[in-house]
Design a protein around this ligand. Structure first.
Ligand code: SAM
Length: 283
């Protein structure tokens, strides 16, 4: 392990005053970043991707804990020079640096498998990033990513892992759980970050399933879930009208009571609904 300057000094030297537009809330405690690296699982046999390394606290933990390789994707050029210094300090060629918008990068082209993503995500675009990675998983399954260990606002983490019949349960829960097993790892208070955000944060680990829960297309599931939760207070027989197929027949085929509301249907039932919809829409 190289002898590295304190993160606080790195931030001062590189003029890394935080930019709100980039969702910058840094982790300066190596106890916390080591804990994230530990929850990510095996690093030694994986090519790790870290989105938004910032001043590099989590980056150091991932390298110190033996990442086979670590590709960092960062938009802010000030962090790129920090990463270049870090790469020279380790001097082993494991750290690869991409200056790019992670929303626009094809990670599957840039980094060889097996891959894991480990990141303290910028909150403003974290959900969008996850939706992109779920698209990769829908096509390639576990071959895309062995796992994703991600920090979100706690409220978003709760939505991803939510069970039916809770106020957090919605589109993000169904689409994530259809493709992946989702585990809540731990919560962090605002004071764990510099500067502190307004809300609590949480780390979750998302592991793609061997194959999706049911043989139904992601597109069909997305359509029925969007319609059902688009009007979550309404009964299904009314909320699903916008799908453009005869609703009573659809519900009958899927064996679902039309007076129920979307939030009580579990992921398996949504998949049944999507299967029935796919059949009817293709006629
Ligand atoms: N990983 C660092 C840590 O834990 O201290 C920083 C985390 S901070 C919450 C989010 C990081 O993502 C910032 O460094 C920010 O510049 C970067 N970022 C924001 N939007 C990005 C984007 N679209 N693509 C790549 N990086 C982005």
């Amino acid at each position: 392990m190289p002898n590295l300057p304190a993160l606080k000094d790195v931030i001062t030297q590189h003029g890394l005053f935080t930019r709100k537009s980039l969702g910058q809330h840094f982790l300066l405690d190596s106890g916390i970043t080591d804990k994230i690296a530990l929850y990510a699982g095996d690093l030694k046999n994986h090519n790790i991707i870290e989105v938004g390394p910032g001043p590099g606290g989590l980056t150091r933990s991932l390298l110190n804990n033996g990442a086979k390789s670590l590709t960092v994707v960062e938009k802010d050029e000030r962090c790129i020079s920090i990463m270049q210094e870090l790469s020279s300090a380790y001097g082993d060629g494991r750290l690869k640096i991409l200056q790019a918008d992670a929303l626009k990068v094809n990670l599957l082209e840039q980094v060889p498998a097996p891959r894991r993503i480990v990141a303290n995500l910028p909150y403003n675009v974290g959900t969008l990033m996850l939706l992109n990675w779920l698209d990769d998983i829908a096509v390639h399954g576990r071959a895309a990513y062995s796992s994703l260990t991600l920090m979100f606002q706690d409220e978003v983490a709760q939505r991803i892992i939510a069970a039916p019949d809770t106020s957090e349960y919605g589109r993000l829960s169904v689409m994530s759980q259809f493709l992946c097993e989702c585990r809540y790892d731990f919560q962090l208070p605002p004071g764990a970050f510099s500067p502190p955000p307004k809300v609590h944060s949480a780390v979750i680990t998302i592991t793609p399933r061997e194959k999706p829960l049911f043989p139904v297309s992601k597109e069909a599931l997305e359509k029925v879930v969007a319609a059902a939760f688009g009007q979550r207070r309404k009964m299904l027989r009314s909320a699903l009208k916008q799908l453009g197929v005869p609703v009573e027949e659809l519900l009958e085929k899927a064996v679902i009571d039309g007076t129920l509301r979307a939030e009580v249907l579990d992921v398996a039932t949504f998949c049944r609904l999507a299967q029935a919809y796919e059949l009817m829409a293709s006629k």
